[in-house]
Unconditional design. Structure first.
Length: 652
């Protein structure tokens, strides 16, 4: 095993010791096994435990921490002094022991290949496409892919297609790359996944200034990646795809593009990959009189930076993830801030949510072999399938409807205690801050105390009365109260269930995609749809994640699968690949059945995860490993493969 891109250690002993003080110790111990070759380091009395609600150090005692730091200092000094050479790599049994050690859990055997790949213990980029040598350069260059969107997923698809030697182009409605991190610029905007996990697996960054980076830092990361891989020359910015029609005679997609100035043109592609996301079309609430308001009004996703907020009476409608971030930022300057809340979010204790990454930790990430990999592994396990059982319903549960199982109730009790501890002598706010739905039913938020502190300011008031109407200068609630305001800010989410709108897609036989869906979007593995050959959807139906993981992980799985489908086309000399309807339907039946067993799918919960028909159209209801396994490579038996002028059904 190797650990590439490390910097040599030139620091003296005292500097190394100072850095070790800021280490995640379970990850550091695992790294020391690589540095020393001594597997006994994880076989003694120092054994971290799974401590999601602890301080992250695995429950180690003060004495164990001191011992660990002393061991680390000696090992890192020796590594430095012997010229940065490493002993032979740990064997598979030791790697398995390291995983159990760092996670504080007995990780099932089936997870091992999945986790080894994710943290790239073997070095290199395990997910880089490696097409069969029999596929010629000419075949690759003659197969053209049109990518719609240059956000995180679209950039990823472009990188992988470029690595595979497949011709591609990108259309992007905005003026730059970055997608959601370009569009959302509201105060306080930041990611809610730790950045040492919320980054491309093949492009780690060890200088994140904070554990949960702000929008400017994130857009800078994606711009750097775009620059490194030379992506911008392939992108037509400020250009939208209006519609795409499949030409059955030529087995091509013909797409109509529209530029910012209204000019239209047609382009052709062998395949289309949509990477437009789910949360990019802002949704305004359906409130009477919304158009009458004469003050300043805007949606948080289209933040008006020219609006004067200081000294103003501001109404914020909605308390979702965006409002949770921007309300504490604008509260200090408002004359009065009214927060209109329909349902509160669950608050997950995250003390380091706004904290800087310690310089010592950055040093360890950049200098100590395998420390960054094991730290990413720890984050990945703690925040992925480790939490999955807590949001899975127990069919025999006979407790209150505010929980779905004994473990879910236990998690609820912990979060209620955490929330109420922040509210002193304010019974009304305490009542308003505790959700009446199971944990996991809606999107939870990361909290370090800033949210409830803002709501307890003397100039801030939480209003739980439903809004009856909006007038020229006020918000009127159901109890008849009239509240005068100068500014309206809508934190009311997006048209998440309206997948691929407002684009038009016409597939085989002229079938319209949105008519086929009829308001209930479905796709096989979230990516492929019957009647629409060579169309691949990223972040499509049922690929959102609630408690387990980073959306970048899903995008990397999807991209590998899409590249595998293109390879299958080229290897078989086919021109079309289309998922079989029975395969598609059987998959969706399983998804629906499992979503009904999850916190977000039970009848007493309503959220944007469900579409207008009440079906959970957003979320993946299984463990992450299931998606990883399903997307390693497309099964030819799942598809109809066609050659021009003839049809070949793939063997079962």
């Amino acid at each position: 095993m190797t650990d590439n891109n490390l910097l040599p250690i030139s620091e003296d002993d005292s500097q190394i010791a100072k850095a070790i003080e800021q280490a995640h110790l379970p990850s550091l111990i695992a790294a020391l096994v690589h540095v020393t070759g001594d597997a006994s380091l994880v076989k003694g009395d120092i054994k971290p435990v799974y401590d999601f609600f602890g301080d992250g150090q695995g429950g180690l005692t003060d004495e164990q921490r001191a011992r660990t730091k002393a061991l680390a200092l000696e090992a890192i000094k020796a590594y430095r002094d012997r010229g940065h050479t490493l002993p032979p790599a740990p064997d598979k049994a030791t790697v398995r022991a390291l995983m159990n050690f760092v996670s504080g859990a007995d990780i099932p055997e089936g997870y091992i290949p999945f986790l080894v790949e994710e943290i790239a213990l073997e070095g290199g980029d395990p997910k880089e496409p490696r097409f069969a040598p029999s596929i010629s350069d000419t075949q690759r260059k003659n197969f053209h892919v049109l990518i719609v969107g240059a956000g995180m997923s679209g950039m990823l698809a472009a990188i992988r297609l470029k690595q595979a030697g497949i011709s591609f182009s990108v259309v992007e409605k905005n003026a730059d790359v970055g997608g959601t991190w370009l569009e959302n610029t509201y105060p306080g905007c930041r990611v809610d996944n730790p950045n040492h996990m919320y980054s491309y697996s093949f492009e780690p960054f060890h200088d994140w200034p904070q554990h949960f980076s702000t929008q400017p830092v994130l857009i800078s990361y994606f711009r750097r990646v775009a620059e490194k891989y030379g992506l911008k020359k392939f992108v037509r910015f400020e250009t939208e795809m209006v519609e795409a029609r499949f030409d059955e005679v030529r087995s091509l997609w013909r797409a109509k593009l529209r530029t910012k100035d209204g000019r239209e043109e047609s382009v052709e592609a062998n395949a289309v990959v949509t990477a437009v996301g789910q949360l990019n079309r802002p949704k305004l609430p359906d409130i009477k009189g919304i158009e009458k308001f004469k003050g300043v009004a805007f949606h948080s996703a289209r933040w008006n930076h020219d609006a004067e907020l200081k000294g103003k009476r501001i109404a914020v409608i909605g308390t979702g993830a965006s409002a949770f971030q921007f309300v504490p930022e604008i509260a200090p300057e408002a004359k009065e801030l009214l927060v209109f809340q329909r349902t509160p979010p669950w608050l997950g204790a995250t003390p380091n949510y706004h904290e800087d990454v310690a310089e010592g930790k950055k040093w360890l990430l950049k200098h100590v072999p395998f420390y960054a990999k094991w730290y990413r592994f720890w984050l990945f396990w703690m925040l992925t399938d480790g939490l999955y059982p807590f949001v899975q319903a127990d069919p025999g549960w006979n407790g209150p409807s505010t929980a779905i199982s004994a473990t879910n109730q236990g998690l609820r009790d912990i979060l209620v205690q955490y929330t109420t501890a922040q509210i002193a002598n304010d019974d009304a706010l305490a009542k308003a801050a505790i959700p009446d739905y199971p944990v996991g039913g809606k999107r939870s938020v990361r909290d370090n105390g800033v949210w409830l502190a803002a709501l307890q300011r003397p100039n801030v008031k939480v209003v739980t009365q439903p809004i009856r109407e909006i007038t020229e200068d006020a918000v009127v609630t159901a109890d008849g109260a009239v509240r005068k305001v100068d500014v309206l800010i809508y934190g009311t989410g997006f048209y998440a269930s309206n997948f691929l709108e407002p684009m038009t897609f016409k597939g085989r036989g002229g079938v319209d995609l949105h008519e086929q869906w009829a308001g209930d979007a479905r796709a096989y593995l979230g990516m492929t749809i019957p009647n629409f050959p060579n169309l691949f959807v990223m972040y499509g139906p049922n690929t959102n994640i609630v408690v387990n993981g980073s959306i970048i992980f899903f995008s990397e799985c999807e991209t590998r699968y899409i590249l595998g489908a293109i390879e299958l086309l080229l290897k078989t000399g086919s021109s079309e690949i289309e998922v079989k309807k029975d395969v598609h339907d059987a998959f969706n039946e399983k998804v629906d059945a499992q979503n009904a067993r999850m916190a977000w799918g039970v009848p007493q919960v309503t959220s944007w995860y469900k579409n207008q028909k009440g079906r959970v159209s957003q979320n993946w209801p299984f463990p992450l490993i299931d998606y990883w396994k399903a997307t390693l490579a497309p099964d030819p038996g799942d598809f109809i493969l066609r050659k021009k002028k003839e049809t070949v059904v793939a063997a079962e």
